[in-house]
Design a protein around this ligand. Structure first.
Ligand code: 1CP
Length: 341
């Protein structure tokens, strides 16, 4: 099916486009009252993730309501540990919790490499979304980077330091590599399934990249991201590694098409480190969306000038915060869409 809006894909190809494309990390499911309405009618987050028609509905909401140039499939990075055998719970207002965690090699041995069919509900949600969107915008598939998934599987939930997970890298490097490889293989199967179902591009979220030293990052994260980028070869790939300043140069050299920047990363310096052949994505501070429209416009235009007219997908530097006014979000998106380079 031909896409009616392929701005993002042309930007990834390095083409000069009529304007800068825009979408927002965590655009589906945090800020819209229309999302809350669907969500509140259900038993919980997992029911929404696991019901393809409803997941498709909330995936499309930001396209209809905010006018973004892509839909990101509504799911979570934690479906992969669950598909491997480690169930997660989503605790209201607190976030994810794993009743069982990985503590030893025998725990690793009890897990399996997941197939795409173990996450059939998200694969089906992509098929339904594609059908309902009818080519209006591309669909972004996603997964967590193996290191970030590993961190949740060891830690058992969110953490400021992920000290248990980091400790594991030092005390049990072999176990760590074994588990990371299983997560990588599962993620490849899953992302390939997403692409077969119609995902037009994929993004890898390494949300906890920034808590590793460059040396540990190279050994325990980068190489697995690289394997995924090499294996998923039919669609463009975006790597977003939060706080990983040191990794920008390395991302310039791996087989990905787009590198996501957070708001603390200097735009021109990042372009130098990453090189001219990648598209950059980001990197608006989500906190600017709490300020006045005048300030949002000023900051958005400043960002657009710094990135320049090509090879830039406008986005935030991390997910939109849940208490952001959707009108301000829409204003930001309209500002990007109205800007002429
Ligand atoms: O745009 C979207 O919201 C699409 C769906 C999506 C995505 C891309 C969700 C739904 N989660 C994610 C990715 C995700 N999940 C990441 C990577 C991106 C990032 O860094 O923000 C991470 C780290 C998670 C794990 C997770 N899931 C957390 C963070 C916990 C921590 O360590 O602090 C939380 C709170 C969730 C729950 C969740 N996932 C998604 C939603 C809408 C929610 C809120 C739950 C609800 O609605 O009840």
């Amino acid at each position: 099916m031909a896409l009616k809006n392929d701005l993002i894909l042309r930007t990834i190809n390095g083409e000069k486009t009529e304007r800068t494309p825009v979408w927002l990390m965590r655009q589906a499911g945090r800020i819209l009252p229309e999302y809350r309405a669907v969500r509140n009618s259900l038993s919980g987050f997992k029911e929404l993730v696991e019901t393809p028609e409803l997941a498709a509905e909330v995936t499309i909401q930001p396209v209809d309501i905010l006018g973004v140039d892509a839909a990101i499939i509504f799911s979570d990075i934690l479906v992969i540990p669950e598909a491997m055998g480690l169930k997660y719970e989503m605790v209201e207002k607190r976030g994810p919790h794993f009743p069982e965690t990985v503590k030893s090699l025998s725990d690793v041995k009890r897990l399996k490499v997941a197939e795409a069919s173990d996450v059939q509900y998200t694969i089906d949600a992509i098929s339904v979304t594609k059908k309902e969107l009818d080519g209006r915008v591309p669909v972004i598939g996603f997964a967590g980077a193996p290191w970030t998934i590993f961190a949740y599987m060891i830690e058992g939930g969110g953490s400021k330091t992920f000290s248990k997970a980091r400790r594991m890298l030092y005390s049990e490097p072999q176990l760590s590599h074994e588990l990371l490889q299983m997560i990588t293989n599962s993620t490849i199967n899953y992302l390939q399934g997403q692409v077969e179902a119609g995902a037009n591009l994929i993004q890898i979220f390494d949300s906890w990249a920034g808590i590793l030293s460059p040396e540990l990052y190279k050994e325990f994260s980068l190489r697995y991201i690289q394997q995924i980028c090499d294996a998923v070869d039919k669609v463009p790939k975006t790597v977003f590694a939060k706080d990983a300043y040191f990794a920008r140069e390395w991302f310039g050299k791996i087989n990905c098409n787009t590198v996501g920047l957070d708001w603390c990363m200097d735009i021109r310096e990042s372009r130098k480190l990453i090189g001219e052949n990648k598209t950059l994505q980001g990197n608006f501070d989500p906190c600017v969306l709490y300020s006045s429209e005048e300030r949002i416009k000023e900051e958005a235009e400043k960002m657009l000038v710094q990135f320049g007219p090509t090879r830039h997908i406008a986005n935030l530097g991390h997910g939109v915060y849940p208490d952001t006014d959707p009108h301000k979000v829409k204003f930001f998106i309209d500002t990007i869409k109205g800007y002429k380079h």
